[in-house]
Ligand binder design. Structure first.
Ligand SMILES: CSCCC(=O)C(=O)COP(=O)(O)O
Ligand SMILES: [Zn+2]
Length: 214
């Protein structure tokens, strides 16, 4: 294991920020049945080297404990002495950081993101158009249209991670896994949360408008 030194003050800030987001999302029931994972980069990207704090695997994410997070490196390996196991989906976080240089990655399972990912699963992307919240992605064009990629939900997480480079779109800070959940990211906690909330709002809107227009 290659250990990383993170100044204590910086580590406290990162873990507190993640714990606050975790608590907020848990209150929205965005982590049912221990699902979901959150990460926040620590320090700068150094070429292809970086570190991030991530939720430990299989925890009840509605609880706040000293064993909720650990620091991992760009390959998803623990970079501190710990008995905690990083999220089973850490490799997807690694790939998103590597390719986008973002600062935070949030993954949640919700009923709306599951239903929408299945509905558009065969198409490989969820079309979103003319919804005001597209502006949360800094797209200001009138009646803008975007497509949110949907990847297959393979049991082998590394197989999913390998598909990430092929579907990334600079304008769209999110990827759905079919019948599973969404990954959303941003340059920091504030932006990743904003993006995730915008996706969830739009998925619910699309779901309800499909019902209305039946
Ligand atoms: C019980 S949820 C199945 C695993 C999953 O999809 C998830 O998001 C949580 O996995 P983790 O290892 O991050 O707890
Ligand atoms: Zn998941």
């Amino acid at each position: 294991m290659s250990l990383v030194h993170i100044p204590a003050e910086e580590k406290r800030r990162v873990l507190e920020e993640l714990a606050d987001v975790k608590e907020l999302f848990a209150a929205r029931n965005w982590f049912p049945g221990t699902s979901g994972n959150l990460s926040l980069r620590v320090g700068e990207m150094d070429g292809d080297r970086f570190h991030f704090a991530i939720t430990a695997s299989g925890k009840d994410k509605s609880k706040r404990t000293p064993e909720d997070f650990l620091i991992v490196d760009q390959e998803g390996r623990p970079a501190e002495t710990t008995g905690l196991k990083p999220s089973a989906e850490t490799l997807i976080h690694c790939e998103i950081y590597r390719l986008t240089g973002c600062g935070a990655v949030f993954h949640v399972h919700t009923v709306f993101n599951n239903l929408i990912s299945e509905y558009y699963g065969e198409q490989g992307a969820v079309p979103l158009q003319g919804i005001e919240l597209i502006k949360a992605f800094n797209i200001w064009e009138e009646n803008a249209a975007i497509a949110v990629p949907v990847l297959p939900n393979y049991a082998d997480i590394s197989a999913i991670a390998k598909l990430v480079p092929g579907v990334l779109n600079e304008q769209v800070p999110g990827i759905l896994l079919r019948n599973h959940g969404i990954y959303a990211w941003g340059r920091d906690t504030f932006e990743a949360k904003k993006h995730l909330e915008a996706f969830e709002f739009m998925f619910e809107t699309v779901y309800r408008s499909l019902l209305l227009n039946k």
